[in-house]
Design a protein around this ligand. Structure first.
Ligand SMILES: *[C@@H]1O[C@H](CO)[C@@H](O)[C@H](O)[C@H]1NC(C)=O
Ligand SMILES: *[C@@H]1O[C@H](CO)[C@@H](O)[C@H](O)[C@H]1NC(C)=O
Ligand SMILES: *[C@@H]1O[C@H](CO)[C@@H](O)[C@H](O)[C@H]1NC(C)=O
Ligand SMILES: *[C@@H]1O[C@H](CO)[C@@H](O)[C@H](O)[C@H]1NC(C)=O
Ligand SMILES: *[C@@H]1O[C@H](CO)[C@@H](O)[C@H](O)[C@H]1NC(C)=O
Ligand SMILES: *[C@@H]1O[C@H](CO)[C@@H](O)[C@H](O)[C@H]1NC(C)=O
Length: 856
């Protein structure tokens, strides 16, 4: 009955894909409809007893009270560039996430407090830039200052905390007085900027909903809940960026009011703790670092994970998989991984293979391994209820999520009646993770290099409960499911991650793709945007979604190329591949009902475009890899919205920066001959257009009507950058590991260019454990005709990093209407030494000064 939606979905799609009778609107959700337009009676508004504060261990407690005699405590923590407030009942029984999500060792800072009239000022003793002011009210307000700028206000006018048997919901409002735009609340199929949700009328759109859901066939441009949640908002203007993070994994609905005088967000939260972090920025870069400082960073992926992934729901048999692999190769499409979706299993018994269609999984993996590629297979958190199924038998009555009376929760999912692993329980989490060991996962070999955790919102085939678990279920530690709903998928990936680390003796970097995620999931997994649809709108949304993800720590992000549901036109498919080149995770995937769309199935012309597009991705893997490494060090996003680097460049949802130096443009409309491209920067910033081979130069701060044809979508290199590219067409990223790189020097007005380059063994943790890597600053000076390569740090016990030539582009000013460039290719040094296969890592190791100079 449930599979019904999945199977019949395609015909429904023609009308509307998502089933609105399953997923509720705010008006159908009691706590949301009750609280959305609640105006607090003055008797219910709290005032702050600012003369009765107490402090202990650098935490200040301010009693709150209203005229009904209700009392709460407001706790204030100064943490340097972050602040934190909690609001609690006097007897605090609310569920707290503890150290599940937040991994930073938070040090509260000493402060001085001062009461002045109706204000309590709390000023950091370390750094007086940071100040929190509580005003008495009613309603009380909490005001967060950075350098005397009021960045964030927690306005008590809409603070309500229900505390009855039936409801522990709470609401609050935060304002961003210094901001013009609000970004965040990942993940929605929406633009980056949140805009306004509530115009006060009955026809207002819904608030943004954060409730991890199996949103099969979700709508584009909608605030409906998707698979993952980050209760984060960044308030941004040209002059400053500040933010908040609600450390709470329960369902929530958020109204955004971006055009208010003080842009604001109103949160309606189902339950659990009121625990709010304020991030002081003040730049977009600072704020991302502050957030990734709190919730962690991704580790490096193995190099294959940055290549092209070929997937399908499903390759029906191991012969099908081998044939696809062989045909991709026969038709010269580069790829690195082929995926095994649900049909490879023994009727959805995870860790067991289908005995009629995948009869010899080891042989399959040998076949794939012989081509230098890997497989990724799927494993979901629901376990088929069947006493003869070993995974079930070992977990029954111990490791599953339970009803309050102690019986295992049983409901339908892919295999029929299922129970769900309770990953809150450390033993259950270990139990599940251990199934990945080679000796337990029979038929698995190291070629099964990655794991896909799907359906982990968790999805339950029951429309009456919005396709997930009832909130009253109980997890280990007596947490009701409602309190932890949005971290269930996070917890599954944590367990899988440990399982894979242990499986490979901690020698290899795990790769996990997850559908459900929460703040911090970057520590364990990559994400994709779930069951999207083959439409231009979904393609456009994938850019906003993955840029947002990157701004909130989740750097490894992609969308199903072509759209999971439905069939893209040839044009959409080509545009989608071209756009997806610049997102971090790069996978083609399609549903059972969609036509097969492996790249070799199209006309010669289309194949040629796709092949060229895949090569563009492979050429730029050195840039992605360097940026990934820098993320591991400082938490910076890998791909970036323009406003991250150019604070005034707002609302550009179809342009993406890869680091600082590459700009990709998604062409998100059919049959266009031109697209408007905003060239970021100002009159001293220039960009070279690379995709069409023209290397024409464009000045920053302007919107250019840009010619496009189907062969490429525009991308640019910034003047002043150096891009290390692997230009030799190869069958995979792994096959190109030892390939030499062409060095593209893109000179700025001063005839200079810079880059950083990172290389390591591409698979192990030696970079982390032994600092065994090659990491350099590279500088080209055309006035002196040299390329200087200087080590930043790292031991580099023996990398080979070879180059093949140096291609220098220079801005030519002759033509007034159009800036063009001049190209010069160097294949030897001024001393006549060939640059071909010059190993710069070896030269650098031999050099005493930690730098080398290549004179041209
Ligand atoms: C924030 O403060 C922490 C702790 O003092 C510090 O390590 C970090 O560098 C600061 N980050 C930013 C972006 O200001
Ligand atoms: C194997 O796959 C086939 C085809 O998809 C399916 O009919 C069958 O139920 C699966 N399970 C087993 C145990 O063969
Ligand atoms: C892998 O399978 C394909 C398709 O069956 C076959 O053509 C190829 O020879 C096999 N490769 C190896 C190394 O066995
Ligand atoms: C426990 O509660 C669930 C849900 O109400 C019910 O289905 C189940 O039968 C109960 N189990 C026992 C042993 O009472
Ligand atoms: C493991 O799988 C192989 C087939 O791949 C099968 O012959 C063998 O019986 C399985 N072993 C166990 C313990 O299930
Ligand atoms: C578990 O929580 C419920 C309510 O959420 C409470 O009634 C019960 O006493 C708690 N049990 C334990 C062992 O803490």
């Amino acid at each position: 009955m449930i599979k019904y939606v999945a199977l019949l979905g395609f015909s429904l799609l023609l009308v509307s894909a998502i089933d609105h009778t399953v997923f509720k609107s705010c008006s159908e959700t009691p706590f949301c409809t009750r609280l959305r337009n609640e105006v607090l009676d003055v008797k219910k508004q709290y005032f702050a007893q600012i003369t009765q504060v107490t402090s202990e261990e650098n935490v200040l407690t301010v009693p709150l009270e209203n005229k009904n005699g209700e009392k709460l405590n407001l706790l204030v923590y100064l943490l340097g560039n972050k602040s934190r407030v909690k609001i609690q009942e006097l007897e605090n029984k609310r569920f707290e996430l503890g150290d599940i999500v937040i991994i930073e060792d938070l040090k509260t800072i000493k402060f001085t407090q001062k009461v002045n009239d109706d204000e309590l000022s709390i000023i950091s003793k370390d750094d007086s830039k940071y100040k929190v002011v509580v005003t008495k009210g009613p309603p009380f307000t909490v005001n967060f200052y950075y350098q005397d700028k009021l960045q964030v206000i927690l306005n008590g006018d809409r603070l309500l905390m229900e505390n009855t048997e039936e409801s522990q919901a709470f609401t609050f409002k935060v304002e961003f007085p210094e901001s013009e735009k609000l970004y965040g609340l990942h993940d929605h199929a929406w633009t980056m900027s949140l805009g306004d949700t509530n115009d006060g009328s009955t026809t207002s759109m819904d608030p943004f909903r954060l409730r991890n859901s199996d949103s099969w066939g979700y709508e584009a441009n909608s605030p409906m809940a998707l698979y993952g949640s980050r209760p984060v908002i960044y308030g941004h203007s040209t002059s400053q960026t500040s933010g908040i993070f609600l450390h709470n994994a329960a369902e929530q609905w958020i109204d955004a009011a971006s055009t208010d005088e003080n842009p604001s967000a109103y949160f309606i939260v189902h339950s659990a703790a009121f625990d709010l972090f304020v991030l002081h920025g003040p730049s977009p870069k600072d704020i991302v670092r502050q957030f990734t400082g709190l919730t962690g960073k991704a580790h490096l992926p193995q190099i294959w994970a940055l290549g092209y992934h070929q997937c399908r729901f499903s390759y029906k048999s191991q012969d099908d998989v081998k044939t696809v692999a062989a045909l991709l190769d026969a038709n010269n499409f580069p790829w690195d991984a082929i995926w095994l979706d649900g049909d490879h299993t023994d009727d959805y018994r995870w860790f067991h293979w289908n005995s009629t269609t995948y009869t010899d999984p080891v042989e399959l993996q040998q076949n794939i391994s012989a081509t230098g590629r890997v497989c990724v297979s799927i494993s979901d958190p629901h376990i088929k209820v069947e006493d003869t199924y070993d995974v079930y038998a070992g977990a029954k009555r111990k490791y599953f999520v339970k009803w309050a009376n102690g019986s295992d929760y049983v409901a339908d999912c892919w295999p029929g009646a299922s129970s769900w692993i309770d990953y809150m329980d450390p033993e259950a989490s270990d139990y599940y993770g251990k199934w990945y060991a080679y000796d337990k996962f029979n038929g698995s070999t190291p070629t099964l290099a990655g794991i896909w955790n799907d359906m982990n919102e968790p999805a339950v085939f029951d429309d009456t409960i919005e396709k997930s678990m009832p909130y009253e279920l109980v997890h280990y530690g007596n947490a009701t499911h409602g309190n932890i709903h949005n971290i269930y998928g996070f917890l599954q990936t944590r367990s899988t991650h440990k399982g894979l680390l242990d499986r490979d003796n901690k020698e290899k970097r795990p790769f996990i793709l997850t559908r459900s995620h929460f703040a911090g999931s970057q520590r364990y997994a990559a994400m994709w945007t779930g069951d999207n649809t083959a439409t231009w709108e979904h393609f456009a949304n994938s850019y906003s979604q993955c840029m947002n993800a990157n701004m909130m720590g989740m750097v490894f992000c992609g969308a199903d190329i072509g759209g999971f549901i439905g069939d893209p036109s040839d044009e959409l498919l080509q545009r989608w591949y071209q756009g997806a080149v610049w997102l971090t995770f790069f996978r083609g995937h399609s549903s059972r009902e969609s036509k097969r769309r492996e790249p070799y199935l199209f006309s010669e012309e289309v194949q040629e475009v796709l092949r060229k597009t895949l090569y563009v991705r492979y050429q730029h893997i050195p840039s992605f890899y360097t940026l990934f490494y820098e993320h591991t060090r400082n938490g910076d996003p890998i791909i970036r919205p323009l406003y991250y680097e150019y604070t005034s460049a707002n609302d550009l949802d179809t342009q993406v920066l890869v680091g600082t130096d590459i700009m990709g443009v998604a062409v998100t409309e059919a049959h266009v001959k031109t697209v408007d491209v905003y060239i970021p920067g100002n009159e001293t910033t220039y960009w070279y257009r690379v995709d069409d081979g023209s290397w024409d130069v464009y000045e920053g701060g302007k919107t250019e009507k840009t010619k496009v044809d189907i062969n490429t979508s525009p991308y640019y290199y910034k003047a002043g950058s150096i891009i290390f590219r692997k230009d030799v067409p190869r069958k995979s990223a792994v096959a190109a590991i030892h390939d030499p790189m062409s060095v593209y020097v893109n000179l700025d007005q001063d005839n200079k260019a810079y880059a950083r380059l990172y290389v390591d063994d591409y698979y192990s943790f030696n970079y982390e454990n032994n600092k065994d890597y090659f990491y350099v600053q590279v500088e080209y000076d055309a006035n002196l005709d040299y390329l200087r390569i200087a080590r930043i740090d790292g031991e580099d016990t023996g990398m080979d990093v070879t180059i093949s030539n140096i291609v220098v582009h220079k801005i030519k000013n002759e033509d007034k209407d159009k800036l063009r460039s001049q190209k010069k290719v160097y294949s030897k040094t001024s001393d006549g030494i060939s640059l071909k296969n010059l190993d710069i890592a070896k030269e650098l190791r031999a050099s005493k000064s930690q730098e080398i100079i290549i004179k041209l």
